[in-house]
Design a protein around this ligand. Sequence first.
Ligand code: PA5
Length: 448
Amino acid sequence: MNFSCRYAGGFFGREEMENLQDLVLEAHNRLHDGTGEGSDYTGWLDLPETYNREEVERIKVAAKEIREKADVLIVIGIGGSYLGAKAAIRMLTSPLRPFCKCGGQKIPKIFFAGHNINGPYVKDVLEIAENNDFAINVISKSGTTTEPAIAFRFFKDLLERKYGKEGARERIYVTTDKEKGALFSLAEAEGYEKFVVPDNVGGRYSVLTPVGLLPIAVAGIDIDDMLRGARDEMIASSDPNLDHNPCYQYAAARNILYRMGKTTEVLANFDGRLQYFAEWWKQLYGESEGKDGKGIFPASVNFSTDLHSVGQYIQDGLRNIFETVIYVKTPDGDVTIPGMEGNIDGLRYLEGRNLSEVNENAFLGAIMAHKDGGVPCLVIEMEELNAYNFGKVVYFFEKACAISGYILGVNPFDQPGVEAYKKNMFALLGKPGYEEEGVKLRERIKNL
Ligand code: PA5
């Protein structure tokens, strides 16, 4: 993996970077010695070294069991209890080949639920579950989040009707707190197999815990390789010297750009397999930095698709944007543009050339155009998309996010803003204890 500010030249340079060294060092020290805000939630920092080996082995056994007994796995969770697994599975398995084999074993098709409250969606996934052998992995750190709790009711009910209570018990895998929460209590009472979300790892930093590892392992992805990649990045990004640490350079660059009025960061890719990685990244940065009236707004685009859509805005709209491009250098699988009689489409000059070559030139062409249009580009090059590099890039962004948050002057590990909508929703739904609030809120809505 390689990080470069080359395409941001002309917007800032070496001097601005050097000026941030002291702040970066301070952020590094606060993160590593536990004196920074939110230090109770920095368990992810040395997780690739200290993770529970016994539990990871149990995850592999459970994943094998699930592959044997189910054609479909329903993964129930929201936010940090959903996006990491979705990102890895989208990046490393092809949705166009859902039932491909892994070491001679069938891989269940994985569907997500509990990340929305959408009736038609849930109805469709229930129908799929009804018509296939299925298992559930329900994931909630708090064990009390409304969206996944509702979804779990539906799928637990279906499972029990289909396989009986005993049969259902063998098909429910719970990932939650080690000793508290409604989901923990239910799992204890019913005897479901449980995996633990470490106390000191917040949802959006939890993909390399059982939260992400179980569904990722079910999908046939090598979780040992993933943890190895994360460990290598943990070592690579531990140097406080900005000159030697690309992860810190990324954190510093985004702070320099933010101070220049670049308040929106667009994470761009030229490989659709990164689409959900961008969703994971948006949660990580949005929840970590967007608070106290501050923070860079995280957005994402999939190129070249979006070059024919919001690409117009990036090129020519309000100049408060910078772009971070993740570019995959070696596509696994490529196709050569075929010949065609005549040259009616004007593409003879491309005949015999690979799509990856065209894509690379779209990448270079777009970032140069954006740079010329006033959009600085930061570039992260990945050699290829594999489990090892997934672990590496996850850790890179997690570490950079923590450093960036401290430089910005916020606590990158809390998310107080998430509570506001919940309070209103509970009041409007008449949750016990919220009745009075609900009456007032309805009155306010009526009078708008
Ligand atoms: O990052 C976070 O902490 C949140 O996005 C949570 O992951 C999300 O709200 C889900 O919470 P829980 O796992 O407790 O159900």
